[in-house]
Design a protein around this ligand. Sequence first.
Ligand code: PEP
Ligand code: MG
Length: 330
Amino acid sequence: RQAAFQALRDQPSRTRDGVDIKLMLNAGLAIDLESMDATGADGIGLFRTEFQFLVSDTLPKMEAQIDLYREVLDHAGSRPVHFRTLDLGGDKLLPNATDQFEENPALGWRSIRFALDRPGLFRRQLRALVRAADGGPLSVMFPMVTIAEEFFEAKALLLDEIEWSKQRGFAEPIELRVGAMLEAPAFAYGLEDVAGEVDFISVGTNDLLQFFHAADRMVPRVSERYDLVSRPVMRFLEFTLNECNRLGIPVSVCGEVASRPVEALCLLGLGFRTLSMPAAGIGPVKRMLRSLDLGAFSEALKTAVHTSNGEFRNEVLAIAELQKIVLTDS
Ligand code: PEP
Ligand code: MG
């Protein structure tokens, strides 16, 4: 199995009808970097910076943050890396971060909300990112943005840090890209408020699906509801994609589901062209898309989403079988 995917590594990530797809990696620690070469990923679509904090007993100093980000950028070379700023809280809590019990931590004081309330910690990280870029390109995205104001506040802090570094003789990034993760459904309806200010959107399906279906991703008894391959999710993502296209905002998907061939197939069918996923998904997804006539599949998918009403996953599987799309994930 490994050998089969190895052989695929250097093959282009292109559908049968000639559409190029970017397959990127979700990563979080230096140890993940090897996977970039092993899989032939086009870059890192999601670098989870909080992992460095979670595996450490003490808060990582700014120097340690700079070292890690540099290592990532050096390893990536010309391949893009999207650093996701600290996504703490919820299921990723630092010891002593809060003394308030929360009934629903996934909906609580977490992610960009936590970061904006801890500006010392957040600014130090932004400064470390600027320093690590060392005058090269820098791409940063903020997690779980729900309202436009959070994005503006976080972006202003980043721009401040760039200015601060410049005044102290450090180089500013030659090219800066500032993105936001769409994980809260509300933000799909706030995209026009950030248009012109946001450089890209990354749809985080792990959190998005739990909020969308009102089904906690940590509770096994409701996990069946937690499904991307459903008409409501397809319609929501179609709306989101249309909004991004209308507003001229590049959009991609990160999240574990993009690593499953059926889920990835649906995302491509809707119109996404960049998927970021765990390393193990890249081979199976590449094999799937190289067997895919995307034009034909998209048409059939749209019909399944909008005009038929059978069990949706079964319909997708039936279309895939008819169109001889290879869906095995091993
Ligand atoms: C997501 O929610 O889809 C995501 C990529 O972020 P995380 O899994 O780290 O919450
Ligand atoms: Mg998330």
